[in-house]
Design a protein around this ligand. Structure first.
Ligand code: UFG
Length: 367
């Protein structure tokens, strides 16, 4: 059994003894977060059902995790299981003494969630309950949860801070799974002061590790803007459909708060440090993770053209159902309480995204 930290206050000096379970550690947010944890000498164990990632080769690790190990020179214990499989999870928890769990495993397609709501509720909500039950039976009661700005629904005001109402006018089942899980965690922390949970409400994560070795590898046609733009730039798709140019925004296209995936990974590390400190015991906390400013679809297209030197053909089409005109964050709470602030610019996001896409035109299948 791996030893865990017995110290209540975990600072920069004693993280080497910390053991963290990362669910969904093979995915886009997971790989970048695992790199950040390994850089801090945290011992990382990953569970993932590798549903959306390329299967491994020689050591049966998915390629994304092999790349993480190459980048960091450190090993990651990997278990190919689904979080809905309570028996398999029990065995993992019997084998390690975790200090906390970073829970990222989830289905995440807004469109699929509208067609297959039960799959989303079973995987995301019921899977989380299973994970929490296993954590409880092993006295592991600290969780960092991958939430989303989607819990705010249609913004009532901008920038959105954490006081904004959640759960109202959430337009799809995927978003509701995030909201329901936040509420489950809130109830759990209220019921038992030994629990603590930090919900990280991501705005729009984009970009890639600056090495170009890990990045986002969407299955099929990308639903999100930046991966689609990158695939047009690299020649995999002919043109971008811009969903609406009649929004009440300066250029008529939708405005979002894009955050570099490396900044997001650092946000997970900041939250992990906080939850490992005694002070967060018995608390349910939620933080926005964004850049704190908005860019339009056309801002992103222009920036990507400039860093890639490729032109991106666009077609203006009608608005996409469920989209809002503008969404961007107020991240001052994370700045004051987590000592975290996103620092990478839109140019950094596009540059790193382009490096990943051009070196790996077909994602992890490329080489
Ligand atoms: N867009 C296009 N064309 C595309 C894709 C997107 O014009 O092919 C536009 C959208 O209309 C929107 C902007 O680009 O104005 C960003 O769209 P994304 O799909 O990249 O991101 P969303 O803000 O719609 O979705 C993100 C996350 C979801 C989350 C949602 C709400 O990807 O997981 O924020 O917080 F649910």
């Amino acid at each position: 059994m791996a030893e865990s930290s017995t110290q209540e206050n975990v600072g920069e000096d004693n993280v080497a003894s910390v053991v963290v379970l990362v669910t969904g550690g093979c995915g886009y947010v997971g790989t970048h977060t695992v790199v950040r944890l390994l850089e801090q000498n945290v011992q990382v164990v990953v569970v993932d059902n590798v549903a959306w990632t390329t299967e491994g080769t020689e050591d049966s690790k998915p390629k994304s995790l092999q790349r993480v190990e190459e980048l960091t020179g450190k090993a990651v214990a990997f278990h190919n299981i689904d979080i809905s499989n309570g028996d398999a999870l029990e065995k993992i928890f019997d084998s390690y003494r975790f200090d906390c769990v970073i829970h990222l495993a989830a289905l995440k397609s807004v469109g699929d969630s509208c067609r297959l709501p039960l799959d989303y509720y079973r995987n995301n909500v019921a899977g989380t309950v299973t994970l929490l039950e296993v954590m409880k039976s092993h006295q592991v009661k600290k969780l960092v949860f991958s939430s989303s700005a989607t819990v705010y629904g249609e913004p009532q005001y901008l920038p959105i801070n954490e006081e904004h109402v959640t759960g109202q006018k959430v337009t799809n089942p995927y978003g509701r799974t995030k909201y329901f899980i936040e509420e489950i965690l809130r109830d759990l922390c209220t019921s038992d002061p030994e629990w603590s949970a930090i919900c990280l409400r991501y705005f729009n994560p984009v970009g890639a590790h600056p090495s170009g070795r890990i990045g986002e590898d969407p299955a099929g046609v990308p639903c999100n803007l930046m991966p689609y733009v990158a695939q047009v730039a690299v020649g995999r798709r002919p043109k971008l459909a811009v969903y609406g140019n009649d929004y009440p925004t300066p250029d008529g296209t939708g405005i979002r708060d894009y955050i570099h995936i490396m900044d997001l990974a650092e946000g997970h590390w900041a939250a992990t440090k906080k939850i490992l400190q005694n002070g967060s015991k018995g608390s349910w906390l939620a933080y926005n993770l964004g850049l704190g400013r908005g860019y339009s679809v056309l801002d992103v297209v222009k920036c990507f053209e400039s860093v890639s030197g490729r032109s991106i053909a666009v077609d203006f089409v009608c608005r996409r159902d469920g989209d809002v005109a503008s969404s961007y964050s107020d991240c001052s709470l994370a700045s004051s309480q987590l000592d975290w602030k996103a620092s990478r610019t839109l140019t950094d996001m596009c540059t790193d995204m382009w490096r990943w896409q051009s070196i790996n035109p077909n994602g992890y299948q490329s080489n």
